[in-house]
Design a binder for this molecule. Structure first.
Ligand code: PRP
Length: 212
């Protein structure tokens, strides 16, 4: 008997939404919903093992072929890049990358080199490169909204979902950098070697997404 397909799931919010999708597809997700400290879970009624991992690691596991499939946010995909197929927009985990500044500040009204703080330096760099703007990027690990408030940066490039975090910290979005949502990704070799099984899984996902 061949080994189950293996899918890497981003732990946290995307994990819960992926589980809801899988359940709607008829997959028994009881093991993933009661994980304890276990990190690999076999779906009892479909030949699939779920691996729980941090977002950047989902991409690494899929890229290296130790997982055939993965569910990752477009934010992580844009930041990290890599060689894999992005086959489906799963439609959940929707938010956007935005450029945000302190309320009232005139970001484009100066010739000095702007400083941009972001947890996503590659996304920020690519955005300004496309504009032909020379900026200094400062990598921040979290709560990026602090950087302009503390005077470290002129602007941030960050995830905006409801906009509440920006608002409560006196910041305003001035441009959308890119839309973000969860994506189904596939290892390039698996796509060839386990084509039928992977296509069956993708088709099941698609059928469920079409109902929405
Ligand atoms: C993300 C993002 C914003 C916030 C946006 O942060 O970096 O801070 O969510 O959500 P909102 O528009 O709904 O307010 P996260 O909670 O992942 O924590 P972090 O800032 O420490 O990365």
């Amino acid at each position: 008997m061949s080994q189950n397909l293996r899918i890497a799931l981003t732990k946290g919010r995307l994990q819960d939404k992926a589980v809801s999708l899988f359940e709607a597809m008829g997959l028994d997700c009881t093991p993933i919903k009661n994980p304890g400290r276990r990190l690999i879970h076999t779906i009892p009624n479909y030949p699939l093992d779920g691996v729980l991992a941090k977002a950047p690691d989902v991409i690494t596991y899929v890229e290296h072929g130790v997982c055939d499939l993965g569910i990752a946010g477009k934010d992580t995909i844009l930041e990290q890049g890599g060689a894999f197929y992005e086959v489906l927009d799963l439609g959940f985990g929707k938010c956007r990358f935005a450029l945000a500044v302190k309320e009232g500040s005139d970001f484009y009204g100066t010739y000095k080199t702007r400083r941009i703080a972001s947890k996503y330096p590659n996304v920020a760099r690519a955005f300004f490169a496309k504009k032909g703007m020379d900026v200094d990027i400062i990598k921040i690990e979290g709560s990026v909204e602090l950087a302009p408030i503390l005077g470290l940066a002129d602007a941030i490039v960050d995830i905006v979902e409801t906009g509440a975090t920006l608002k409560e910290n006196g910041l305003v979005p001035i441009e959308t950098v890119a839309p973000v949502s969860a994506r189904l990704i596939v290892n390039t070799a698996s796509m060839k070697l386990r084509k039928a099984e992977i296509q069956d899984f993708i088709a099941r996902c698609e059928r469920e997404l079409e109902k929405k």
